[in-house]
Design a protein around this ligand. Structure first.
Ligand code: KG4
Ligand code: ZN
Length: 355
């Protein structure tokens, strides 16, 4: 079964085609980084307009990459949220128009489910039940995933997401946007023990995160360092990154132990971080835990991950989809804030297929 998904929740215009939920046939991402760079962050109105102009080209490129015609696509999908509302609406409206014209089912996908399903496009895929750490620009969430589409929240950030902390600290250091990859590169040349930045809420059994204090600690360090001779920026980057990694790895492995699972998936943009990947690989191997981290291009936003999530979501309720529910699919709505709901237990809802 071929699923074509569109993902436009933030500043990447993406189309992906995935076969049977696990084989990537096409994964096309048009990045808008250059468009937003001079503003130091994503400008929502510019992102929406750019999605609108990029989408047809990106969809054509995906079909060409997969070597399929539009008529051969079995199911269409689009991200419903969370994300920038205008940006989401562009992708969802396009997917609705395509579903209408092709008379094909349409599946609405939660962006966080998309990130988790990037793990099913990776070797080895996770084994149920597993713990998933979703660590991105907007989220730092820990889930227990009992089976396909069954997500139990263990904890999440109380304030900033880890990726947001990377971006804000890069801004404080005047490094540019987006900050994560720049800090990642600099950190490889710095001393991770140069500054003892705080590690928040490390008590065992606490799966909530907080990164805003860490960001403030970096700012205070920079203010103090202006009076004394400052440390090289590589040392600050490495020390900051080390603090983030310590917290993410400690809490995640604590959750793995506490739940008794033997499989762990780490997904989302920050999972592209080389320091985090290295540390997780080391700790998971030592503890005998199977670790799945998608390759970097599947960690950051893409539509192949959404196509995989849509496949499993569709497979869970094909009769509902095939029978159709009048015009219910047309009422699928984009939402800026959208909690990740289980589709294997929910009878209907935001993660569910509806046409
Ligand atoms: O998943 P994603 O592409 O978009 C969201 O859903 O937010 O994640 C983007 C975030 C940004 O904050 C970016 O700085 C961060 O992921 N990021 C990284 C790296 N690559 C991207 N953070 C640390 N190290 C990286 N190599
Ligand atoms: Zn994302």
């Amino acid at each position: 079964m071929l699923v074509l998904a569109l993902e436009t929740s933030c500043d990447e215009t993406a189309a992906g085609i995935v076969e049977d939920g696990c084989r990537i046939r096409a994964n096309v991402v048009a990045s808008q980084i250059e468009l937003h760079r001079s503003y130091g962050g994503v400008v929502p109105e510019l992102a929406c307009r750019s999605h609108l102009t990029n989408l047809p080209t990106v969809i054509d490129a995906a079909l060409e990459e997969a070597g399929v015609r539009l008529a051969e696509i079995d199911v269409l999908a689009a991200t419903l949220g969370p994300g920038l509302i205008g940006a989401l609406l562009v992708g969802l409206s396009m997917a609705k128009a395509m579903a209408f014209a092709l008379r094909k089912p349409l599946v609405g996908v939660n962006h966080l489910a998309g990130h988790i399903y990037a793990a099913f496009l990776t070797q080895p895929p996770p084994t149920f039940p597993f713990v998933a750490l979703v660590v991105s620009g907007g989220h730092t969430d820990l889930y227990l995933v009992a089976e396909h589409g069954c997500f139990q929240t263990l904890g999440r950030t109380r304030d900033d997401a880890a990726g947001e902390a990377f971006d804000k600290v890069a801004k404080l250091l005047a490094l540019g946007y987006p900050g994560g990859p720049i800090i990642d590169r600099l950190a490889t040349r710095g001393r991770p023990d140069a500054v003892a930045f705080p590690r928040a809420m490390l008590a065992p059994g606490n799966y909530e995160f907080s990164f805003s204090g860490l960001k403030t600690a970096v700012r205070q360090h920079l203010l103090r360092a202006e009076e004394a001779a400052g440390l090289p920026v590589e040392d600050i980057a490495a020390s900051f990154q080390e603090a983030v990694i310590d917290v993410l790895v400690t809490k995640t492995m604590d959750a793995v132990q506490h739940t008794g699972v033997r499989s762990l998936a780490v997904v989302g943009g920050v999972a592209a971080n080389s320091g985090l990947r290295g540390r997780l690989a080391e700790v998971a191997a030592r503890q005998g835990v199977q670790l799945t981290i998608p390759p970097p291009e599947l960690c950051t936003d893409n539509a192949a991950m959404c196509a995989s999530a849509a496949y499993y979501c569709y497979r869970a309720a094909p009769e509902r989809v095939a029978a159709g529910e009048g015009d219910a699919w047309l009422r699928l709505d984009a939402k800026a804030t959208l909690p990740l709901r289980s589709w294997s237990t929910a009878r209907s809802g935001d993660g569910a297929a509806t046409r």
